[in-house]
Design a binder for this molecule. Structure first.
Ligand code: VG1
Ligand code: CO
Length: 550
């Protein structure tokens, strides 16, 4: 049979709401399981990209993999059949379908692929009644920028057919190459490129020495996709004792938990790190491996501080950054701790909207080397995604180089730079229209806020953050409402773009002090009560307390 005979055109109707958010298309799993849903979205992605290859994917490589959640394998089969139907020259599939988000980014870059499809709803729970997602990454290895996601969305709204290659399920359990139609399907080792990249950036020999000296750590894989990477690199390559990796076996529903590395959802690890026999370092990654949490004995490192400490020490203790940093970027709501480091290093600092896609153009233009978000995301220009395990290796290198404990590293940092006390309060499952109305009202009230008293200080400025990309000059409006106080404190409010049900309000609170030993909750307490009053949260939503504080 000639290849084209096996390709059929299948009719499909548009599905409402296939608009990618902060990080790809994220919905309830059952929504994705509707017949034709995955096919229609993936075909729309290809339709949006087709003009960039002059209508022919014959010399393009597509990479496919996911975080192993429920429906990962089924969706991969669908993507393979549609990609072969669209006559991609090569499709690379991670063995077993398991590929972390940062590894995807590394593979796209090292294999010079055209792009990749990641199946993940990140830190959201998995299962038939939980969440699923698909994200497209472009050839620089990073999330598709907004012009691509918007074009994709337009195609989803007028799609009427997709291309399908008819054949049995493709075996993705063993490495090797197969030919289907006009496409070479290559099953690859998901650990190889990522491990090679890490060994180039970090001094593995020094880290082996650290473990030989008796250093103890825990890595919590939260049953997501990173357990195998961590076991391979920490236990096999760096000589950390077996058992260093906990919850390291990927599971379809992440053992029924939120695979989200924060104080609430990684409670077991947090407890361990507070115990009498706590190891030197405690770390966790989310399901798709782009988020990280860092803990020391009895101490939690807030993500904004972690970014600042990594930026402070990178050029000294991490070979990949020996030449220094070109610049640093953080998302707007992220604490300003790293700004002070940038100042001391005499490098520019960039403030971007929430979501990793905004860092890509800065890194492609060599304007920024290290970047991060308050949502437990840290990374650098080694790839174009945030990288949870990279952050773990950064901290290992800093502890190895300084011979200090996590608490000592933090204290030294705060003594030198002062401390940004920071908290994020999430109010989840709010009525969507009420939440949007609140946003509108707040926006309308902004011009009148300046000069008013707030949390014992005075509002110096209040605005709705608009970002203009310094490289491609694209403009992103409505990226979060900021209230800036005379005393340097900040409150930021925005609605989440990754949820799958109702609306989630995120309130970010930050207060600076040169003193480092205050209680964070107390330090942001008056900001919290003032913003609750301003937003009239109780009245609107009948909510007394946030659902999650990070
Ligand atoms: C959240 C975070 C944002 C992060 C995004 C994706 O978005 O706030 O910082 O980039 O999740 O992270 P939102 O719109 O819900 O606030 V992940 O680990 O899902 O790829
Ligand atoms: Co994630």
């Amino acid at each position: 049979m000639s290849p084209s005979l096996a390709i059929t055109t299948i009719s499909v109707h548009p599905f409402a709401g296939q608009r990618p958010g902060t990080s790809g298309l994220r919905k309830k799993t059952r929504e994705f399981m509707q017949p034709g849903y995955v096919e229609a979205f993936v075909q729309s992605v290809f339709n949006a990209l087709r003009r960039s290859v002059n209508g022919d994917f014959g010399s393009s490589t597509l990479v496919v993999g996911g975080d192993g959640r429920y429906y990962n394998k089924e969706a991969i089969q669908k993507i393979l059949h549609v990609a072969i139907g669209n006559e991609f020259g090569r499709v690379m599939v991670a063995r077993g379908g398991l590929l972390s988000t940062p590894a995807m980014s590394a593979v796209i870059r090292r294999q010079k692929a055209f792009g990749g499809l990641i199946l993940s709803a990140s830190h959201n729970p998995g299962g038939i009644d939980a969440d699923f997602g698909i994200k497209y990454n472009i050839s620089n290895g990073g999330p598709a920028p907004e012009d691509v996601t918007e074009r994709t969305y337009e195609f989803t709204q007028r799609i009427n057919h997709y291309y399908w290659y008819t054949c049995a399920d493709i075996d993705i359990s063993k490495e090797g190459k197969q030919t289907h139609g006009a496409t070479e399907v290559e099953i690859f080792d998901p650990l190889a490129d990522y491990t090679a990249l890490m060994s180039e950036l970090f001094d593995f020999e020094a880290l082996r020495g650290l473990f030989r000296s008796g250093f103890r750590m825990i890595f919590d894989g939260m049953h997501g996709s990173t357990g195998p990477y961590a076991a391979h690199i920490l236990e096999e390559q760096l000589g950390a004792p077996k058992g260093t990796v906990m919850n390291g076996i990927p599971s379809e529903d992440f053992a029924g938990k939120h695979p989200d590395p924060n104080l609430v959802y990684a409670a077991d690890l947090v407890r361990l790190m507070q115990g009498a026999d706590a190891p030197d370092l405690g770390t966790a990654n989310d399901a798709d491996g782009d988020r990280n949490m860092i803990l020391g004995r009895g101490i939690f490192v807030s993500p904004g501080d972690s970014l600042a400490v990594i930026a402070e020490h990178a050029s000294r203790f991490i070979p990949g950054y020996r030449d220094g940093l070109a610049g640093i970027a953080r998302s707007m709501p992220t604490s300003t701790a790293v700004d002070r480091v940038a100042k001391s290093l005499n490098v520019p600092i960039y403030e971007t909207p929430t979501g990793w896609k905004y860092f890509g153009s800065l890194m492609d233009a060599d304007l920024c080397t290290v970047c991060g978000e308050e949502s437990f995301g840290t990374g650098s220009n080694h790839i174009r995604e945030k990288d949870g395990f990279w952050a773990v290796l950064c901290w290992l290198s800093i502890l190895c180089g300084t011979r200090k404990s996590v608490a000592e590293v933090m204290t030294a940092h705060w003594v030198r730079f002062g401390r940004s006390y920071f908290q994020r309060h999430d109010y989840a499952g709010l009525d969507s229209s009420a939440a949007h109305l609140m946003n509108e009202e707040l926006r309308a009230s902004l011009p009148a806020l300046a000069g008013q008293s707030f949390a014992g200080s005075r509002i110096a400025a209040a605005d709705d953050f608009t970002y203009t990309d310094p490289v491609d000059h694209s403009v992103t409006p409505h990226a979060g409402i900021r209230i800036l106080l005379d005393d340097g404190s900040r409150v930021v409010c925005r609605l989440s773009g990754t949820g799958t049900q109702g609306a989630t309000l995120r309130v970010y609170l930050e207060r600076f002090s040169p003193k480092y030993d205050h209680d964070p909750s107390q330090m942001v307490g008056s900001l919290d009560s003032s913003v609750r009053q301003l937003l009239r949260l109780k009245e609107r939503f009948n909510r007394e307390e946030p659902d999650v504080i990070t």
